[in-house]
Design a protein around this ligand. Structure first.
Ligand code: FAD
Length: 359
């Protein structure tokens, strides 16, 4: 099933209809990964690991295998969530054995402490966080879920139950959760930078505006996967994706070429984009129009030709309507294969905390 470094966990869940549960799990998983049917069972292979399911007379046996602790936790937790959803009120006990059994810590959670905060443009504030192991955030994706505790309360962080489902603090201890990009990692100083758009009296904006040395905050992640190697990149987005675009550009090799298109309020929001690659940066200004109300980004993307030679990769992060228009254009007009673009809705006008990554 897996190589020697693989972590494994097992569970046996007593159910009235284990065969029915197997069917529901397989039907659901088919749109997330590969389902291989076997006599009396199935194997599910996904990005985070593999799950072997075997049906007994009154029980479903589960074996999970993943390459590391974080991914093992994600798979165990996801299996538990789906069992609970598909059991439709039938009570069952799920208790994992094997690697990380009994662990109440979420392996990809870190408590970090604000070291300082400063405005880098009129509407963008950089919050620098002290972190014991910044290397944890270096691979596996650019963004994190920032868990913001209620003002004036000692934070209660999420933990893992015996079935690996996440237990969230409730009531007065409820955490606000917002997604932000790790703009920069300074391993030597043990620091992470997060650049936050100040747009409203919203939880994320208030947190960044009021952040002061010593404030505690939780991070879950990183997530979103690493940037796909390519010869030519199109990196585009509004100011919410500026931190991601700047970080991607900063890590490109000198052999790469990139067209960068960024929509901001006006010239005062422009930032220097540093890269070893050959980059061409275009700034689009809303000039008084509200964020998320213009067609500037999709229009600009339509005007860009993909190169005939070499492998392209397109990254876009912006308001949901613009993200949809860009994704549609890349797929329908440019015929760009799915693995050659990542177009994500970073926020949705009129809705709080949209966590929609499109594909
Ligand atoms: C993968 C990913 C990475 C992201 N990285 C960053 C990042 O590095 N920096 C960053 O600032 N944002 C980033 N975002 C976007 C950020 O998560 C959203 O903007 C989020 O809604 C901000 O939370 P909030 O508490 O300020 O507003 P919310 O409480 O979520 O929303 C309140 C209201 O404000 C509106 N709103 C939300 N964002 C904006 C905006 N930017 N401009 C105008 N109106 C807005 C909403 O539509 C809603 O009506 C990222 C999002 C994703 C999915």
């Amino acid at each position: 099933m897996a190589n020697d470094n693989t972590l494994r966990a097992t569970a046996r869940v007593t159910l009235a209809n284990p065969a029915g549960m197997l069917e529901r799990l397989c039907d659901h998983f088919v749109s997330h990964g590969t389902v291989t049917r076997r006599t009396g069972g199935a194997r599910l292979d996904g990005a985070f690991g593999a799950v072997e399911l075997k049906v007994g007379s009154r029980a479903l046996s589960i074996v999970v295998a993943s390459p590391d602790e974080s991914r093992l936790f994600v798979v165990k937790s996801s299996v538990a969530e789906h069992l609970a959803e598909f059991a439709e009120g039938e009570s069952f006990t799920l208790s994992w054995h094997g690697d990380a059994a009994g662990e109440t810590r979420i392996p990809y959670f870190r408590e970090v402490v604000v070291r300082r905060a400063r405005d880098i443009t009129p509407a963008m504030r950089r919050v620098t966080l002290a972190c014991d192991d910044p290397g944890h955030f270096a691979t596996g994706g650019l963004h994190v879920r920032v868990l913001i505790p209620p003002r004036g309360r000692v934070p209660i962080w999420p933990s893992a139950g015996p079935d690996s489902r996440v237990i969230w603090p409730e009531g007065e201890d409820t955490l606000a959760k917002r997604t932000y990009t790790i703009r920069a990692i300074d391993q030597a100083r043990g620091e992470l930078d997060i650049d936050v758009v100040l747009h409203d009296e919203s939880p994320g904006s208030i947190w960044a505006r009021e952040a002061k040395a010593g404030d505690r905050v939780g991070l879950l992640g990183p997530g979103g996967g690493d940037v796909i190697p390519a010869d030519w990149y199109l990196l585009c987005g509004d100011e919410t994706a500026l931190p991601a675009i700047a970080r991607i550009a900063g890590n490109l090799p000198s052999s790469a070429r990139a067209s960068i298109v960024i929509e901001v309020a006006d010239a005062s929001e422009q930032q220097k984009i540093a890269s070893d690659a050959a980059i061409e940066v275009t700034w689009l200004h809303r000039d008084g129009a509200p964020a998320g109300s213009t067609n500037l980004l999709p229009q600009a993307v339509r005007g860009i030709s993909l190169p005939d030679q070499g492998k392209p990769f397109v990254f876009a992060g912006c308001e949901q309507a613009a993200a949809r228009a860009i994704r549609k254009h890349l797929r329908a007009e440019k015929q760009l294969p799915k693995d050659r673009h990542l177009v994500a809705a970073y926020w949705r006008r009129g809705h709080a905390d949209v966590h929609d990554h499109g594909d």
